[in-house]
Structure formats: C-alpha cells, structure tokens
Write a protein of this length. Structure first.
Ligand SMILES: [Cu+2]
Length: 115
C-alpha cells in the first residue's frame, strides 16, 4: 500500500515538472502544421510563430497594405510584396528561425520559428 501511494505521488510530480518546463520555453501553444499571422495596426501577431518543418503560415493581410520580406536565410520562402485584403500562404520546409520585416513600416517585424 505504501509503495503504491509513493508511485502515484512520483508520477504526479513528474507530470507537473514536464508541464512547467514546456510552459516556460514555448513562445506560444507550440509548433503546429499551420499557423496564422494577423496584422492589427502596424505589427505582426504573434511576433513569434511556431510551425513544424513542412508546415505553413497564412499571412492574413488587412485593408492596410503591408509586405513580408524575409531575411536572406537559407530555407527562407519567397517574399510577399505589398498586399492587402488577402491571405497569402508560405510553406517552411526546413527547421530554423526566419525573421521578416514589413519594409513599408519600420519596426514592423516578426519571426517564423520552424521546428
Ligand atoms: Cu506594414
């Protein structure tokens, strides 16, 4: 009886530790196959978008025109030129960090993190 109770306790501690570790390091709920970046005002939301390798990001352009210009990192997808009122999808084949800017609005930046 005593041993069984200890095992339950140990399992609970392990689970709690695992969850706590994840919550501290993940920028959002985690990498998925597809994610959406929206542009309320003059910012990309979320700033860091996590997707799995082979996943895609849907850039949801509002009425205000923006562009998405990627840093010249190997594996970065094609830039998206000045666009409005449209969703444009980019696929990320390889793992890495892919920073991008809207060059129309200084300081409007984001990062796609591919895992
Ligand atoms: Cu912009």
């Amino acid at each position: 009886m005593r041993t069984k109770r200890f095992l339950v306790f140990a399992a609970a501690v392990t689970l709690t530790a695992a969850c706590g570790g994840d919550a501290g390091t993940e920028p959002d709920s985690g990498a998925s196959d597809a994610a959406v970046v929206s542009m309320p005002g003059f910012s990309f939301v979320p700033f860091i978008t996590a997707v799995k390798a082979g996943g895609s990001v849907n850039f949801d352009f509002p009425a205000e025109p923006h562009n998405v210009i990627f840093e010249r990192t190997p594996g970065a997808p094609a830039d998206i030129q000045r666009t409005s009122n449209r969703v444009v999808t980019r696929t990320f084949a390889v793992a890495g960090n892919f920073p991008y800017d809207c060059t129309l609005h200084p300081g409007m930046s984001g990062v796609v993190q591919v895992r």
